[in-house]
Design a protein around this ligand. Structure first.
Ligand SMILES: O=C(O)CCC(=O)C(=O)O
Length: 204
């Protein structure tokens, strides 16, 4: 009989796992409304317009989105992050939304070392819309968190064997190792790709 891997085993083996329906439709609507208010307030600043390069960013959103901060402290996210990294803290809730025609990133890692004994960093992406390869989904190279040596791609066009873009439904969480090769892809839809990103670091 084939045994289904647990979320923790999937994360360990593949370097990522999809956690379905973490946010309810009501929570998504409430979050999107607050994000839109914050974007309205920041979109016209010179700092924002110069820095954005076609992707809307907001950071330090914990005080603005306390219900999201609460969800991060609940099962299953809190448990999985703890199982994966041990004691860990996150660097604040951020928002990243590539606009149509934007968002492509070179594949990169958030921690240069491969995983020997211990995972050091991971990220939770919370989808506020359905996300796929069409609208700027996250590129991931399955299993690459274990690669030695690390061959860092140099160009947006560089592709690696095993690369995938997982399809997410609005409300799903994508939890991925910061040691896996990953990167945003270009948004080829007519709408922004709304998502929250939370980076965790193990306490050493
Ligand atoms: O937004 C994404 O899909 C991934 C973003 C990312 O990897 C980054 O900003 O470093």
């Amino acid at each position: 009989m084939v045994r289904t891997l647990s979320y923790a085993e999937q994360l360990d083996e593949c370097g990522y796992v999809i956690l379905p329906s973490i946010l309810s439709p009501d929570t998504i609507a409430r979050t999107t409304q607050r994000i839109e208010q914050l974007l309205d307030a920041s979109l016209s600043t010179a700092e924002y317009l110069h820095g954005s390069k076609g992707t809307a960013h907001l950071k330090d959103l914990d005080p603005e989105l306390p219900w999201i901060a609460h969800a991060l402290r609940e099962e299953p996210i809190a448990r999985l992050v703890r199982q994966h990294l041990g004691d860990a803290s996150h660097r604040g809730i951020t928002y990243r939304a590539p606009m149509p025609g934007h968002g492509a990133q070179t594949l990169h890692v958030d921690w240069i070392g491969p995983v020997y004994e211990k995972h050091v960093v991971c990220t939770v992406l919370l989808a506020l819309v359905d996300i796929s390869g069409r609208n700027g989904g996250t590129r991931l190279v399955r299993g690459s968190h274990r690669d030695v040596p690390r061959m860092l791609p140099k160009s947006l066009r560089d592709r690696m064997p095993g690369e995938i873009i997982p399809a997410l439904t609005a409300g799903d969480a994508l939890l991925f190792s910061g040691h896996i090769y990953h990167g945003g892809s270009e948004n080829n839809s007519p709408h922004p790709r709304h998502a929250l990103l939370i980076n965790y670091e193990g306490i050493r």
